[in-house]
Design a protein around this ligand. Structure first.
Ligand code: MN
Length: 196
């Protein structure tokens, strides 16, 4: 069974005015879709073609001859995870167990937010910033290009895409404004809590 492009969890204009339908039409409709198409082409005739994304990623990670498969499979997974990391009228602070864990492991929500913003702003070039669970502790990490926590034995709870295609149409070169808007207006803490 081929890998398919999952439905967006909301309408393409649902994150406006922060992230526009124009951005999502390219980011979801072109970029995410292209990763799915490329991956399926690369896996034609391979036993991996019938496996889950997670299995494909784990199988080919670190194998230089399969870097194309890794990059496309990881980008399919990362983008689906990113769409779910946002919601219309999102933003603000987490509640419940996740809030307790953030307070325990970062000191406060503000300290977490500072660390997350710094990771996202300082990822040089293309990549991702993440809230992860690592050995029972919450932590922030950043990854380059298609790389993701799964390839490092960590569990992803939340992500922001900091490739320029994620924000350039709406924020131009102002990556920190995009990151601030993500946390203040878009972040989906319900999704992060479900991943705990
Ligand atoms: Mn992207």
């Amino acid at each position: 069974m081929a890998i398919t492009l999952p439905e967006l969890p909301y309408a393409q204009n649902a994150l406006e005015p922060h992230i526009t339908a124009n951005t999502l039409s390219f980011h979801y409709g072109k970029h995410h879709n292209a990763y799915v198409t490329n991956l399926n082409k690369m896996l034609e005739g391979s036993p991996l073609a019938n496996e889950s994304l997670e299995k494909i990623i784990t199988e080919v990670k670190g194998d230089a001859s399969k870097a194309g498969i890794f990059n496309n499979a990881a980008q399919v997974w990362n983008h689906t995870f990113y769409w779910n990391s946002m919601k219309p009228n999102g933003g603000g602070q987490p509640t419940g167990e996740l809030a307790d864990r953030i307070n325990k492991d970062f000191g406060s929500y503000e300290k977490f937010a500072e660390e997350f913003k710094t990771a996202a702003a300082t990822q040089f070039g293309s990549g991702w910033a993440w809230l992860v669970e690592d050995g029972g502790k919450l932590a922030v990490m950043k990854t380059a290009n298609a790389d993701l926590p799964l390839a490092h034995g960590k569990k992803a709870l939340l992500t922001i895409d900091v490739w320029e295609h994620a924000y350039y149409l709406d924020f131009q070169n102002k990556r920190p404004d995009y990151i601030g808007t993500f946390l203040d207006k878009l972040v989906n803490w319900d999704f992060a809590s479900q991943n705990l």
